[in-house]
Design a protein around this ligand. Structure first.
Ligand code: GLU
Length: 547
């Protein structure tokens, strides 16, 4: 009996591979179009690294009129979580990175190259595994866990490489008749590749990001089909990327050491291998050391964190693009108002070692992004955020939307817009004093900075409201009056006058306006006081002044 009988016995129902080769023809795309994918396991957790990878992949596809697809890799069913797929698809959608082809949220495929979830492709993998068995390139292995342990112990004792390879294997050269008999007797087995590699030989590989790498050839007879009939990642991704016509695999660099095996699998299956781009992980600095950003230790590892904190999606994307291509920052400086889509991303310029995640930098990017929003956009974004994460703020802002809009309009829409909001969760703290209900009933701790004397403070405030305050003044008039008040109370009209002759004055105009600012807002640091007063209105100002 031969390999054909063995293959038929193992996979009696598997189709000929020609069926699938015809079913999935070459894609009709223009020369140079990149077909790439994001291939997550449905663990219910979207890692920032996954978002980063998807951004790079989608950008590459878009830039070349190619295809970006998502394939759910659920062959390790222990790692699966209910709704894990939706979590991933929702995150991609939220960040405007929806794929061209994918398993849809309703579990129906979108695209012609599906199924886009591996558990529904079992029969496809089996057809290709059967084909390898027929050619004598794969075989059933009956070794128990105990046998495998024994092999490993012997290898360790004799200081040899561990694994299932060469003369250490037990089933690689088993006569076909014997294998058939064992299967007929119901002995459990898995399918292994009959590796053709020689580790004394080197393979050369050119990674799109890492450049030329040399590895010894693979000689491990790796498992391709597990005892549950499902494939291993190694085997599944080869078959999938071949049939889905991926021409650039973008994945995390933890896989780089598997490249010799993967190239061997492509070769043994008779497929053309795609190019590989291995992305270095996003790192974090801790006590002077760099380590991978971790799902267990770092809240910022979860994509959901950014939404919760209220960091706008555009800021997250801009920041990730910064990490991906270091020349993005310079491009952005020169092209402040252009869409990120116009930036020409170059995957081969991605860093070879892990980029450092810097929250301060992200928040800086976010401040700039938000500074470009109109008051309307800010209000809508804060409302959307608050509706989910801060009901109190939501109610506060929706009570009188016109008023809220005015608050967000302070120092916005001009040439140098305010840059104090980094995330929506900061807004409450930075605007709460604009609401009488909240402000007048709070425990205000007035910190007047330089002027400490209670009498002097009262004096400044009383004078201002008796003599100078008029809500109808324009900004120039308002400012001139502030200076007149300073002069009247023996403060310098200008800071530089004060600096030239500090002994001649009690202080300067800045000290005077700080007193009024603190009295009206409870804060020594706010956006433009004139604009704040205009928004508060006369009634509220008087109430605040007389507290
Ligand atoms: N499912 C694999 C992972 O999550 C995908 C690797 C790949 O992109 O090929 O690491």
């Amino acid at each position: 009996m031969g390999y054909k009988e063995l293959a038929d016995l193992i996979f009696p129902d598997a189709k000929e591979i020609s069926y699938y080769e015809e079913k999935y023809p070459e894609r009709n795309l223009k020369e140079g179009a990149i077909v790439t994918r994001f291939a997550p396991s449905p663990t219910g957790f979207m890692h920032i690294g996954g978002l980063y990878q998807s951004l790079v992949a989608k950008k590459m596809a878009k830039q070349t009129d190619g295809i970006f697809f998502v394939r759910i890799e659920d062959t390790d069913q222990k790692r699966e979580v209910e709704n894990g797929v939706n979590e991933i698809l929702d995150s991609l959608e939220y960040y405007d990175l929806s794929p061209d082809e994918t398993l849809g949220k309703d579990c129906k495929d979108i695209g012609e190259y599906g199924p886009y979830i591996q558990s529904k492709r079992k029969e496809i993998y089996q057809a290709y595994a059967k084909n390898l068995i027929e050619k004598g390139l794969a075989y059933p292995c009956f070794c128990s866990q105990d046998t495998l342990n024994e092999i490993r112990e012997n290898q360790e004792k004799s200081k040899q490489r561990t694994g299932y390879y060469g003369t250490w294997t037990r089933c690689r050269n088993m006569p076909v008749d014997m294998a058939i008999e064992k299967i007929k007797n119901g002995e459990p087995y898995i399918i292994r590749l009959k590796s053709c590699g020689n580790p004394d030989k080197k393979i050369k590989h050119k990674d799109v990001i890492k450049g030329g790498i040399e590895f010894p050839e693979n000689d491990q007879d790796v498992v391709i089909i597990k005892s549950d009939g499902l494939p291993t990642y190694h085997f599944a991704h080869i078959v999938d990327d071949h049939l889905m016509k991926t021409n650039l695999v973008i994945r995390s660099d933890e896989w780089v050491s598997s490249v010799p095996l993967h190239l061997q699998l492509f070769y043994m299956l008779g497929f053309k291998a795609p190019k590989y781009a291995h992305i270095a992980p996003i790192m974090k600095e801790e006590n002077g050391n760099k380590r991978k950003i971790s799902k267990r230790k770092d809240k910022e590892a979860a994509v959901s964190y950014y939404k919760q904190a209220g960091i706008p999606r555009a800021a997250v994307i801009e920041y990730l693009m910064n990490i991906a291509n270091s020349n993005f920052e310079a491009w952005r400086k020169g092209n402040k108002d252009k869409s990120i889509d116009e930036f020409k991303f170059e995957i081969n310029k991605m860093g070879v070692s892990g980029a450092l995640f810097d929250m301060t930098k992200l928040l800086d990017v976010s401040k700039t992004v938000i500074s470009k929003y109109s008051a309307d956009e800010v209000l809508n974004s804060v409302l959307t955020w608050a509706n989910e994460y801060d009901k109190d703020l939501y109610e506060l802002l929706s009570k009188d939307k016109e008023y809220s809009l005015k608050i967000f309009g302070i120092e916005r829409g001009n040439a140098k817009p305010r840059k104090d909001i980094a995330k929506w969760s900061d807004t409450k703290e930075s605007i709460i004093y604009m609401f009488d209900d909240k402000f007048l009933n709070s425990n205000i701790e007035y910190d007047y900075q330089k002027v400490n004397d209670k009498e002097e403070i009262d004096n400044i405030i009383n004078k201002y409201f008796e003599k100078y305050f008029d809500i109808n003044d324009d900004k120039q008039m308002w400012f001139d009056k502030m200076k007149d008040l300073a002069e009247e109370l023996e403060y310098a009209r200008e800071v530089k006058e004060y600096k030239a002759n500090p002994d001649m004055y009690k202080g300067h105009i800045g000290d005077i306006s700080t007193v009024i600012r603190v009295k009206l807002t409870g804060k020594s640091n706010t956006p433009d006081l004139y604009e704040i007063m205009q928004v508060l209105g006369k009634e509220s100002i008087i109430k605040r002044a007389s507290l």
